[in-house]
Write a protein that binds this ligand. Structure first.
Ligand SMILES: Nc1ncnc2c1ncn2[C@@H]1O[C@H](COP(=O)(O)OP(=O)(O)OP(=O)(O)O)[C@@H](O)[C@H]1O
Ligand SMILES: [Mg+2]
Ligand SMILES: [Zn+2]
Length: 512
């Protein structure tokens, strides 16, 4: 007899619906699985057979053929065990496949018949709903992720027996959708990292506010103990809240990566802080079945690289393409995978090995050593920072006064306003933030008046700007104007944007 069930596999970060067809006929006993299968899927044969037997069903020796389609998509992972078992049991006449014809089924089977959790449930259910499925049967251990998506019936099962019982008797137990309060955008950062705790550093703090508003990449350079790490870690406290759609986009990535175990939904903007010993695969993603790396886990949030020159130079250079394209492609035998990488890069560094250059009272590094240290950051990488700020040590008298700085919550309010303005301005376009503007869009959205044009012309000549530097200044000026809720870019916006340039010439001797 012939039966069908439906499941899904994940390609990159997108689920693809898979149809499972099973035919059981008399003839020479065999069990074949076909359809471009990865090794774990091939092993499903044994898991499913033993799991069915241990759930109390006997399968007479027959000719069994299992086909997974579409044929051109490579199927990986263990999530097909449960739907394969369903279709086999239906072909043997134990259950009727009419009960799961509008149902998407995923779950790994243990030999004892237990249904184990799988990654990517949130994405899979999201896609199932879009594709018109009415129900999903999923592992009980994935129940939290399933609570997020509404208007689709979810059945969470612990064992194959339980799954069959609910189908067979047509009395599936629906899970209660409103059982979980996912507390959207609740603050869950460390209170130590409030901006009000950072003494002095007004220039760098303001730089961070501008960066957070327009999602501009920011570089901080300065001596040890000046507060660079502290500033970067405080960025989370002023970033705008995730919208529901953004939260869904981020959560799907975390779901596929198996990082949603305790929390069913990512409710705060990602802040990733990989160590400088990170491997290429961990950074960009990869593996036999490619999984997202840190660049993708930072999508729509912050990637913080502390002590930037300590990273392997090849790792730093790898950032170029994803920073430019906002996604990364990985090619494998099984196909080409695309992962989104639209993050804000925040980097911190000392200017030399000892950290005190250009303070020659403290820094004894040779010029060659300093040059070697700085050369770990190439010009194309430097070019990708829209905002750069020196973070010098705080004066002793400032430390002593300890005036309370502005609270992160206050700063965040301004950031949110600037972001609303951008969302509104770029409605219907593929961009959210000023940092994403291309040259044509800069022309359209960063128009200058006569006075402003003059000012930037003057800077172009005096500061030895490059064309790229010129465009960066316009984008940052746009963000500064948005923070002030000004529709036009004014002179003082440009002057402030110009003040966040200059490290290139001061430390690297480059054209801006
Ligand atoms: N501006 C500041 N306001 C308040 N505390 C500060 C400030 N700067 C530094 N500190 C204190 O010094 C500690 C070290 O600062 P932080 O780690 O941010 O320095 P850093 O600039 O990253 O130094 P390094 O170059 O060595 O990494 C902080 O944990 C904090 O206690
Ligand atoms: Mg530090
Ligand atoms: Zn030095």
């Amino acid at each position: 007899m012939f039966s069908k069930s439906y499941s899904a596999t994940i390609l990159g970060i997108d689920p693809i619906i898979i149809t499972i067809e099973v035919d059981v006929s008399d003839g020479f006993p065999s069990f074949d699985m076909v359809g471009l299968l990865g090794s774990e899927v091939k092993e499903a044969r044994e898991r499913v057979r033993i799991s069915i037997k241990n759930s109390g069903y006997s399968l007479k020796a027959k000719r069994v053929t299992v086909n997974l389609s579409p044929a051109d998509i490579r199927k990986e992972g263990t999530a097909f065990d449960l739907p394969v078992a369903f279709a086999i049991l239906s072909s043997y006449g134990y259950i009727n496949d009419k009960y799961f014809k509008d149902t998407l089924v995923v779950g790994e089977l243990g030999l004892n018949g237990k249904v184990n959790r799988v990654n990517g449930i949130l994405s899979i259910i999201h896609t199932a709903k879009q594709e018109g499925f009415k129900k999903c049967i999923i592992p009980y251990d994935n129940i939290n992720e399933a609570l997020i998506i509404e208007n689709i019936e979810i059945y969470a099962v612990k064992s194959l027996k339980e799954a069959i019982d609910v189908i067979d008797k047509g009395q599936m137990m629906k899970i209660q959708k409103n059982a979980y309060d996912y507390n959207f955008n609740k603050k869950d950062y460390n209170a130590n990292y409030d901006f009000s705790n950072i003494i002095g550093q007004g220039f760098a703090k303001r730089g961070m506010e501008i960066a957070a508003s327009g999602m501009h990449n920011m570089l901080m350079i300065g001596p040890p103990g000046s507060g660079k790490t502290m500033l970067a870690k405080s960025a989370s406290t002023i970033l705008p809240d995730l919208t529901f759609d953004e939260a869904m986009e981020v959560s799907k990535i975390y779901s596929i990566s198996g990082l949603l175990k305790d929390k069913p939904f990512v409710t705060n903007r990602p802040f990733r802080h990989p160590h400088h010993t990170i491997s290429t695969t961990a950074l960009v993603g990869g593996g036999r079945i490619p999984k997202p790396g840190e660049l993708t886990l930072a999508h729509l949030g912050v990637l913080f690289l502390d002590e930037l020159p300590e990273f392997n130079k090849s790792i730093i250079e790898l950032l170029r393409q994803p920073l430019e394209d906002r996604h990364i492609s990985i090619t494998r035998l099984s196909g080409r995978f695309e992962f989104p990488t639209n993050f804000m890069l925040v980097a911190a560094m000392n200017p030399c090995n000892c950290g005190f250059y250009p303070d020659r009272n403290k820094c004894e590094c040779s010029i060659n050593n300093i040059k070697r240290y700085l050369s770990k950051i190439s010009k194309p990488i430097l070019d990708r920072f829209d905002i750069s700020a020196e973070v010098l040590q705080v004066d002793y008298k400032d430390l002593k006064i300890k005036t309370q700085g502005e609270l992160s919550d206050n700063i965040k309010k301004r950031v949110e306003i600037a972001r609303e303005i951008q969302l509104d301005r770029y409605k219907g376009k593929d961009i959210y933030y000023n940092s994403e503007l291309n040259i044509k869009e800069i022309e359209q959205f960063c128009r200058l008046g006569e006075k402003e044009q003059k000012l930037i012309e003057l800077a172009y000549k005096k500061m030895n700007l490059s064309a790229r530097g010129y465009h960066k200044i316009l984008k940052v000026s746009r963000t500064i104007a948005d923070l002030e809720e000004s529709t036009s870019i004014k002179e003082h916006h440009i002057s402030e944007a110009l003040s966040y340039r200059g490290l290139d010439t001061k430390y690297w001797g480059n054209k801006l």
